[in-house]
Design a protein around this ligand. Structure first.
Ligand SMILES: Cc1ncc(COP(=O)(O)O)c(C=O)c1O
Length: 357
């Protein structure tokens, strides 16, 4: 089926581009000591994770237990890192249950309370769970504030029934900085902070087996830094509009197809509003035409044809838009329409959409 016949709004994946993005990242890591553990928070789809694992990824990173549960449900035989803090009894109950369904399950910790709660959950269930101490490397989200705190938590893990596996730090404040020099400087500082935490662990006789960091925008900075063993990049696989302004070795592979409902001069009103398209990271643009989204109401997109451009578009015609933020747009959809060139090859369920618990 050609894309013009697909009902809208619809998410389209350009499979040739997805495959090239996966191959480009795999080729980069083939020459490095660090490995790739791609983040599932972007695709939320086991079929994509499978392609990444087949290309050499050593496991999968997830943001939430709900995402990791989808990896297990799909039968992917993958080591999973939930790069996040797991807090509260309902989540701990799911975590220990999930541990039995995956070859390896690792979580992040940044407090003694969490280590204690995990230890209790492991003791009661007999589950095998590993943990990385998360250090704050400048994003000021989660993570320990000082190397001494990291060492304390590593010691607490060593005393517990949770397996101490290493260290992580995500330089999320640097990944989307468009200026390459500024990005490298900030990522360099984050890496130096993580290395200081690592050194403190080494000095305390607690050398971390895993040191995990990095995103798409910094994979070639943290991914080549001494001591860092794996990178959690996610966005490279589809490259949204925001990331396309930052990196050019990966290709935008995700678009949203929408139908023109009405034309008012240079303004097109389409059937794709904020329920199907996120305005995170700025307004979407035309994927292949000179268009800019200037407004999103719930069910309608307001799409401006660039000044001076003459486009022969009328009600019933379909256009493709490039979302500025892929992850949050994908979260609004059930299905990828997987395209080979202009033809629909298959559909893939976005099984981890909405799995934010
Ligand atoms: C902890 C963590 N690691 C890795 C990533 C992936 O980064 P990117 O999408 O920049 O590749 C994210 C994204 O938000 C994240 O929160």
């Amino acid at each position: 089926m050609p894309w013009a016949e697909i009902d809208t709004p619809a998410l389209l994946l350009d499979l040739d581009r997805v495959e090239r993005n996966i191959a480009t990242m795999a080729a980069f890591f083939a020459g490095q000591r660090a490995n790739l553990r791609p983040h599932f928070k972007t695709p939320k789809c086991p079929q994509v994770a499978k392609l990444q694992l087949e290309a050499g990824a050593i496991g999968i990173t997830c943001a939430k237990i709900g995402e990791a549960e989808e990896i297990a449900k799909a039968g992917l035989d993958a080591s999973v890192l939930i790069a996040n803090q797991i807090v509260g009894a309902p989540k701990l109950a799911r975590l220990v249950e999930l541990a039995g369904r995956l070859p390896e399950l690792i979580v992040a910790v940044d407090s003694a309370e969490q280590v204690h709660a995990l230890d209790e959950a492991v003791a009661q269930s007999g589950a095998r769970i590993g943990a990385l101490v998360e250090a704050d490397t400048g994003m000021h989200r989660c993570g320990t504030d000082a190397p001494e705190e990291t060492v304390e938590l590593a010691r607490a893990l060593e005393r517990s029934r949770v397996e101490y596996r290493g260290l992580m730090g995500y330089e999320g404040h640097a990944v989307l900085i468009p200026d390459a020099e500024k990005r490298a400087a900030l990522a360099g500082q984050a890496v130096a902070t993580l290395q200081a935490h690592r050194q403190a662990l080494v000095d305390a006789g607690l050398e971390p087996g895993i040191v995990s960091a990095g995103g798409t925008g910094t994979h070639d900075i943290s991914g080549v830094a001494p001591g860092i063993t794996e990178i959690q990049a996610g966005s490279y696989v589809f490259m949204d509009g925001a990331y396309s302004r930052v990196r050019d070795e990966f290709e935008p592979a995700l678009t949203i197809l929408t139908t023109v409902l009405r034309r008012r001069g240079q303004l097109l009103i389409t059937d794709c509003g904020s329920k199907a398209l996120s305005r995170d990271f700025g307004m979407p643009t035309g994927a292949d035409l000179p268009l800019a989204v200037v407004g999103l109401s719930e069910e309608h997109g307001h799409v401006q044809i660039d000044e001076g451009e003459e486009l022969d578009l009328a009600p019933g015609d379909k256009i493709r838009l490039l979302p500025s933020h892929g992850d949050t747009t994908i979260n609004l959809h059930d299905t990828y329409h997987v395209m080979r060139g202009d033809r629909l090859e298959t559909t893939w369920p976005i099984s981890a959409r909405g799995k934010f618990r």
